[in-house]
Ligand binder design. Sequence first.
Ligand code: GLU
Ligand code: MG
Length: 439
Amino acid sequence: MIRTDLVMIVTSDISGQVRGKGFPVSNLEKRLKRGMGWVPTNVQITCLNSIAESPYGSVGDLILVPDEKTEVKVDFEDNGAVEHFFIGDILHLDGSPWECCTRGLAQKALADLEEETGLFFNSTFEHEFFYTGADQTGWNGFGLESYRKNSLFAQTFVSALEKAGVDTDTFLPEFGPGQFEVTTSPCVGIRSADQSLILREVARATADRFNERVSFSPMVKSDSVGNGVHIHFSLLDRENKAVTYDRSNKQGLGEKAGMFCAGVLKYMPAITALMAPGVLSYQRLTPHKWSAAFNNLAVQDREAGLRICPVIEIKGKAGKTADQYNLEYRAADASASPYLQIAALVRAGLQGIKDQLPIPEATQGDLSLMSKEELEKMGVTRLPQSLDQALELFENESIIKEWFPGNFQDVYLKHKYQEIKDTREIEPEKLYALYGRVY
Ligand code: GLU
Ligand code: MG
């Protein structure tokens, strides 16, 4: 059959979907410079393919311009089409950033962090997903047998990631039957979010080659474990030196990192609307699911909103503590755009530094068993328990208007309220299936 290679330029939008436009590879040079036309109201296409109210209407034109560094070109060598795309930035026709480009919002937050504090954000996304083609016979979390029975998919996936320029840190069969976890190596700046987008899409492309699907949806059914996105991060100075750790603090948090974490904790309830923004996200963010239910900091506790990760101390084998020390944001999932996750996290942390918030204390024990008064004393609150609640906190947090330009917050709210409206009448089983498919 005759075929022409097509290249896509894509964006990860408010709905957490990856959308774009394509062109024949012969036009690559032109498209790298000028990109392709993009419609403002596209940002209001929800994950269910409805359109929320848009301030832009049918008017206006933007461009989606590829970032050459993000090229993904994976030939699975199975005679199928080569997976070839670039991640783009949505710009005005004069090249200036557009208010609702998620990647632009993340880049601006990272640039402001650097300019205002001299710090760089080093991070990686840990992803969990279910694979429909998984051989679940005698499934055992972390089981070698569970891996072996699915190693063809696993190896093809990791090979595809490698060809896409993404270095896999770890891959494992998770606890849920048919669930896997994959983590990429940490990167400074926007690249970690790029890698998160690429990882999700390469997982989908790999599954597609096996005529199967993957789902990163936070909950795939009511009685299953969730799919989390855990964002690991640390801070580097201009000399590339890790500054997150300070041994003189009892939790090991350096001064700036402590303020950063304090900001993240303070705004965690309000930014949940950006970090875990699906209608099903709130079934995962409950106690005893090893996800996160409170805006607390805790040492090595997998129920914490923000977890201080372990440091390996074997003499002569482990690296320096300061280079290993990192935090893990656990109240996040893949119904979000990774760019909005980075933007929200960095904005909240930067605010903590600007306001010189005190270094937070780590909590201990099971917070779900504590009284409201006890929690209040620790300065901890329950995270929102529905998307409605999360959006209300997001809307009422006045500082958010300063973090994001122009119409962004209003557009975001309209988008998400449309999603709530669209899903209100759908029975739970159908909703799991629907979200399972779109994420
Ligand atoms: N599946 C859990 C979540 O929803 C995380 C399990 C783990 O600690 O890796 O976040
Ligand atoms: Mg896991």
